[in-house]
Ligand binder design. Structure first.
Ligand code: ADP
Ligand code: MG
Length: 699
C-alpha cells in the first residue's frame, strides 16, 4: 500500500525542533530528550502541574513553597573554598533570607546586585530552623520589575540545562505553529461533552490559569486524550478490517473434535464451551481468524486449542503449536500427543534439540502431510520447515514472541493465497477496560471460570524479619516430599546485583535445606536452564530459587509452595501468575508473600487484594482502580501502547467510546474519504499511529 502523503497543514508541526526559535545545536538534544525530535512533540508535551508563587516575608516563609520576597541586598559572601556556594545575604523588615548559587555564578552577581539595592526574589524556600534559604532563585529582579514574576506558572518536564521556563517558551512557539485542524469529533458528542476544538485544547493546556487546567480530567485534556485514543482505535479497526478481507480456509466443526472431547476425562467448563464456539465461528467463516484466548494459568486453554487443532485436522489441514520455551513445548506435546494419536493423527515435537537425520525425517513428514500437528519452539519457523497444508497456528504466551516471529509462522500457509488461522493464548490478565487498547485489533475470548475442584492457594503476607520461620517450615515440607518455588525479584538497575542476591539466597537455603536446592536465572544458557527446570519437574530439585524467569505455563503438579521475596515490588498481575505455578496438584498449596518493612498503605492494600482473590481478571481490575495512572500493571513490556496525551487508566471511560466511534466511522466510510474521514486521516498522521497489529502485520 502506498503511504498517503502527509497533509500540508501538518508540515510546520513535523519540522525538527531545531526550527524553533532559541533551539540551537546545544539545546536541541535537551529538547529532544524531554519531548521528542519534532515541533509536534514539543506541542504534545503539556505541563503536568503548576506552581503558585505566594508573596511572603522572612517571618512567614514556608519550607518547601515557592515564594516571592522583597528584600535589600545586605552582603555578598563569596565561597571561601572551592565547591562552596556563592551566597548573598538579604533582609526584609522581618528577618534575613540567604540566596545561594552553587555553580557558574560569581562576581557578576555582586556587580548586578550591589549591596543596598532593593530586589524582588522568588524561588523555593528552604527553612533550617530560623535560617531561610533560597537556592538558585528563579527570579532576582530590581523591585520595580516585580510584576514580571508570574504569580502562577505551569511546570513542564525539565532536564538539566533545560529549565521548565525555557521549555515553556518553546512550547508556546510550537503552539503558534499549530493551525486549527478540520474537526474529527462527532459534533453532537463534542457539544454534549463540552469539548473545545483541537487547537483551543492545546491553547488552554499550555496556558493554565489554575490547578484545574492541568488536571487530566479537564475538558481540554480529555479532548486531547480522546484524540489520541481515536487515532489509535481507528488504526486498529482498519487493521482488523484488512485482516478480515484476507481469505482463509473454511474449517467446519469436525467429528474428530467431537470424539476428542468425548474422550476427555472431564467435561468442559461453560467458559471453555463458549470460547470454543467463538473459535469455531472464526474457523468456519472463510476469513482469517486472529483470536486471543485469555485465561488464568490453569483455566484450561490448552484443551480448547487442542479441539481447534482436531477441527483443522478434520478439514485435512495441519496445525502448528508454538511455545516460547522447550519445556512448555514438551508439556504441550505430552498433553496432546496421546489424545490426538487416538484420533489417528500424527503429532511431532520440534525443538532446537532436533538435529541431523531425526530432524530431517520430521521435516519430511510435515512437508508430505504425514504429520498433522507440529508442536515446538522457535525451531518451528525456520525457513526449511515446510508444511504440506498449514491451516492453523496456535501461539502460547503470545507476548513472548516478537511480531516478526509470529509473522514467519503465519507465512507458512499452503501458498494458495489463503491465510493461516491464528489462535493466540495468554495468561496475562488484562482488565476488560483496557482490553481494547492492548488487543484492539484482535477478537478476544475469555476463559473466566476455573475447572471445578481446585482448592485456592492459601496466600499469606509475611514481613521479612520472619524469614527464618518460613525457611524452617520450608525445610520440613521439603523433607516430607513437597516442592517449592522461591522467587527473587529483579529490582535493581543491574542484573548482576539481582543475580548475586539470588545466588546468595540459593546458597543460604542450601546450607539449611540441603543440596536439593536449585537455581535458575535469566543469564543462564538456555540448555542449562532447561536442565534445572527439568530436574525440578522430575522432583530431583526440591526448592527452585529463581529470578522471575519461571516459565508462566510450566506445569509442576507436585510443586505446592510459592515463596516470593519483596513481593511489594511486583505487579499484582505478575504475582498472581507466579502464584498460579502452584495449586495444580493434589497437595494443599500455599503462597508466601515476603515483604520488606515498612510497608506503605497502598502496598498493603495491593497484597490484600491478592490474599482475598484468586481471579486474575478481578485482581487486575482492582489493581487498576488502586493505581491513579501511569503504567497499569506493568504492562508496557507486553505491548501496551505508549500514549502521550491519554492515560489508559485515568481516561479509561473514553477508550470504549473511541472504539465505538472508530467502528462507526469506518462502517460508514471505510476508505475515509468523507470530510470527517479525511479529518480522521489528519488525526492519524498527527499521532503517527502506524496501524501496527499486536499479533501480525496484515499490511
Ligand atoms: P492453561 O493452559 O490455561 O494454563 P491447561 O490447559 O494447562 O491450563 O489446564 C490446566 C489443567 O486443567 C490441565 O491439567 C487440564 O487437563 C485441566 N483441565 C482443563 N479443563 C478442565 C476441565 N474442564 N475440568 C477439569 N480439568 C480441566
Ligand atoms: Mg498453558
Amino acid at each position: 500500500m502506498l503511504k498517503p502523503m502527509r497533509p500540508e497543514i501538518l508540515f510546520p508541526l513535523f519540522s525538527p525542533v531545531s526550527t524553533l526559535k532559541g533551539v540551537g545545536p546545544r539545546v536541541a538534544p535537551l529538547v529532544e530528550r524531554v519531548a521528542g525530535s519534532l515541533v509536534r512533540d514539543v506541542l504534545f508535551t503539556v505541563p503536568q502541574s503548576v506552581i503558585r508563587r505566594s508573596r511572603a516575608t522572612a517571618d512567614t516563609a514556608v519550607d518547601g513553597q515557592v515564594q516571592t520576597f522583597f528584600v535589600s541586598i545586605d552582603a555578598h559572601q563569596p565561597p571561601s573554598r572551592l565547591g562552596q556556594p556563592w551566597k548573598i545575604r538579604t533582609w526584609d523588615d522581618t528577618g534575613f533570607i540567604t540566596l545561594t548559587w552553587f555553580k557558574g555564578h560569581g562576581p557578576h552577581l555582586e556587580r548586578q546586585h550591589p549591596v543596598g539595592s532593593r530586589r524582588a526574589v522568588s524561588g523555593k524556600v528552604e527553612r533550617f530552623g530560623v535560617e531561610i534559604q533560597v537556592a538558585h532563585p528563579e527570579y532576582l529582579l530590581p523591585e520595580e520589575r516585580a510584576d514580571e514574576i508570574p504569580p502562577f506558572e505551569p511546570v513542564y518536564a525539565a532536564t538539566a540545562g533545560l529549565p521548565s521556563r525555557t521549555f515553556r517558551r518553546f512550547a508556546l512557539e510550537a503552539l503558534s505553529r499549530a493551525a486549527e485542524l478540520p474537526e474529527w469529533l462527532d459534533p453532537a458528542w463534542q457539544a454534549r461533552e463540552g469539548l473545545p476544538s483541537w487547537r483551543a485544547a492545546f491553547v488552554t493546556a499550555h496556558n493554565p490559569v489554575g490547578e484545574a487546567d492541568v488536571s487530566p480530567l479537564s475538558p481540554h485534556r480529555r479532548r486531547l486524550a480522546y484524540d489520541e485514543l481515536l487515532a489509535h482505535q481507528t488504526a486498529l479497526a482498519q487493521r482488523k478490517a484488512a485482516r478480515r478481507a484476507q481469505p482463509a480456509p473454511v474449517i467446519p466443526a469436525s467429528d474428530l473434535a467431537d470424539r476428542a472431547e468425548k474422550a476427555l476425562p472431564f467435561r468442559l467448563t461453560g467458559a471453555q464451551i463458549r470460547s470454543l464456539s467463538e473459535v469455531r465461528g472464526d474457523l468456519a467463516s472463510g476469513e482469517r481468524m486472529s483470536r486471543l484466548l485469555q485465561g488464568d494459568v490453569g483455566s484450561g486453554k490448552t484443551v480448547v486449542a487442542m479441539l481447534a487443532v482436531a477441527d483443522a485436522a478434520g478439514a485435512g489441514l495441519q496445525s502448528a503449536i508454538m511455545a516460547p520455551t522447550e519445556i512448555l513445548a514438551r508439556q504441550h506435546y505430552e498433553t496432546m500427543a496421546e489424545p490426538l494419536a487416538k484420533l489417528g493423527l500424527s503429532v511431532i515435537l520440534l525443538t532446537g534439540r532436533d538435529k541431523g537425520a531425526g530432524r530431517a525425517a520430521k521435516l519430511a513428514g510435515l512437508a508430505d502431510g504425514t504429520h498433522a500437528v507440529a508442536i515446538g519452539t522457535h525451531a518451528l519457523f525456520q525457513d526449511d520447515v515446510v508444511f504440506q497444508a498449514l491451516g492453523l497456528s496456535v501461539i502460547d504466551e503470545q507476548h513472548r514472541f516478537g511480531v516478526n516471529e509470529r509473522r514467519r509462522l503465519q507465512d507458512k500457509g499452503a501458498g494458495d493465497g489463503k491465510g493461516v488461522h491464528l489462535l493466540a493464548m495468554s495468561a496475562t490478565p488484562i482488565p476488560r477496560t483496557l482490553e481494547l487498547t492492548v488487543f484492539g485489533d484482535l477478537d478476544v475470548s475469555r476463559i473466566d471460570e476455573k475447572p471445578p475442584g481446585r482448592t485456592p492457594v492459601a496466600t499469606r503476607a509475611v514481613p521479612m524479619p520472619r524469614l527464618p520461620e518460613i525457611v524452617g517450615r520450608l525445610k520440613a515440607a521439603a523433607e516430607a516430599g513437597a516442592q517449592a518455588f522461591w522467587i527473587c525479584p529483579l529490582v535493581s538497575e543491574s542484573e548482576k546485583i539481582d543475580l548475586r542476591a539470588a545466588e546468595d539466597r540459593a546458597a543460604d537455603l542450601r546450607q539449611i535445606i540441603g543440596p536439593s536446592v536449585g537455581l535458575v536465572h535469566g543469564q543462564m544458557p538456555v540448555a542449562e536452564k532447561d536442565a534445572v527446570m527439568q530436574a525440578f519437574v522430575e522432583g530431583k530439585v526440591s526448592v527452585l530459587v529463581a529470578t522471575t524467569v519461571v516459565e508462566v505455563g510450566v506445569n509442576v503438579p507436585n510443586a505446592s509452595i510459592m515463596v516470593i521475596e519483596q513481593a511489594e515490588r511486583f505487579g499484582l498481575a505478575q504475582l498472581h501468575q507466579l502464584r498460579g505455578r502452584v495449586g495444580r496438584g493434589a497437595r494443599e498449596s500455599s503462597c508466601v508473600l515476603l515483604y520488606d518493612l515498612p510497608l506503605s498503605d497502598t502496598a498493603q492494600q495491593r497484597l490484600d487484594i491478592l490474599r482475598k482473590s484468586d481471579d486474575g481478571f478481578e485482581i487486575a481490575e482492582k489493581d487498576l482502580q488502586l493505581r491513579g495512572g501511569g503504567d497499569p500493571l506493568g504492562l508496557k513490556q507486553s505491548g501496551f501502547p505508549a500514549y502521550r496525551l491519554a492515560d489508559p487508566v485515568v481516561h479509561r471511560d473514553l477508550i470504549a467510546v473511541a472504539a465505538d466511534d472508530a467502528r462507526l466511522i469506518l462502517a460508514r466510510d471505510p476508505d475515509l474519504t468523507s470530510p470527517r474521514g479525511q479529518a480522521v486521516r489528519v488525526l492519524q498522521e498527527l499521532f503517527d499511529w502506524k496501524p501496527v497489529s499486536t499479533l501480525h502485520d496484515a499490511g
